[in-house]
Design a protein around this ligand. Structure first.
Ligand code: COA
Length: 168
C-alpha cells in the first residue's frame, strides 16, 4: 500500500518552517516569525502538513470566534437562539507552499480544519474564514463556503453541513 503523501500534525518546535513559501510574504512571515508566540499566548492553534521528506507543505490556524446572528442568512438565523452572537471556529490562515500547489492539499487542509472543529468538545455553529483576496475567496466558495452578510471576504460553513460532507 502506498504511504499518504502528507501527514498533519500540530506545529512543533522540531518542524522546520524556514523555507516555507506560499507566494504571500505576510503569510510566510507570520508562519516563520509569529505563529509560535500566538500559540504560546493561546490565541491560536496551528496545524502543518508534512511531506514524506519532512518538509512543511502547508499550514492552517484555528481559534475561537463568533459571528453576528444578524450576519447569517435569515433561513439559518431563525433556527438559532436569539442571542446576538453565534459561536464559531475561525480558520485565520491557510497556505500551501508553492512547490505543493494544485495537488489537492489546500482542500485537504480545509477538510482537516473542519474535522477538528466538528470533533471539538466545545460547540461551534460554523467554521469562519478570512479570505486575504478575491482568489482566496473563490477557493473557499469552490468548497461550499458562503459570505457573511455584506462581507464578501469573510466566509462560513455550518459545521452540521461539514459533518455530513465529511461523513463524520
Ligand atoms: C488557496 C490555496 C490554499 C489553495 O491550495 P492548493 O493546494 O493549491 O489547492 P487545491 O489543489 O487543494 O485545490 C482544490 C480545489 O480548489 C480549486 N481551487 C484552487 N485554488 C482556487 C482558487 N483560487 N479559486 C477557485 N478554486 C480554486 C482547485 O481547482 C481544486 O478544485 P477541484 O477539487 O474541483 O479539482 C493556495 O493556493 C495558497 O496557499 N495560496 C496562497 C495563500 C492563500 O491565498 N490562502 C487562502 C487563505 S487567506
Amino acid at each position: 500500500m502506498s504511504e499518504a503523501p502528507f501527514q498533519v500534525f500540530a506545529l512543533h518546535s522540531s518542524h522546520d518552517r524556514a523555507g516555507f513559501q506560499c507566494g504571500s510574504d505576510p503569510l510566510d512571515r507570520y508562519f516563520q516569525q509569529h505563529v509560535s508566540q500566538d500559540i504560546r499566548r493561546r490565541v491560536t492553534a496551528c496545524y502543518v502538513a508534512v511531506s514524506n521528506d519532512q518538509r512543511i507543505a502547508g499550514f492552517y490556524t484555528l481559534a475561537s470566534a463568533s459571528v453576528l446572528l444578524a450576519d447569517l442568512p435569515g433561513t439559518m438565523a431563525k433556527k438559532l437562539p436569539r442571542y446576538p452572537l453565534v459561536p464559531a471556529v475561525r480558520m485565520g490562515r491557510l497556505a500551501v507552499d508553492q512547490k505543493y500547489k494544485g495537488l489537492g492539499l489546500g482542500g485537504a487542509l480545509l477538510a482537516d480544519a473542519l474535522a477538528h472543529a466538528v470533533r471539538a468538545e466545545i460547540a461551534a455553529y460554523a467554521l469562519v474564514v478570512d479570505a486575504k483576496d478575491e482568489s482566496a475567496a473563490a477557493f473557499y466558495r469552490h468548497h461550499g463556503l458562503a459570505a457573511l452578510f455584506q462581507q464578501p471576504m469573510t466566509l462560513f460553513l455550518p459545521l452540521a453541513t461539514a459533518r455530513g460532507g465529511l461523513g463524520l
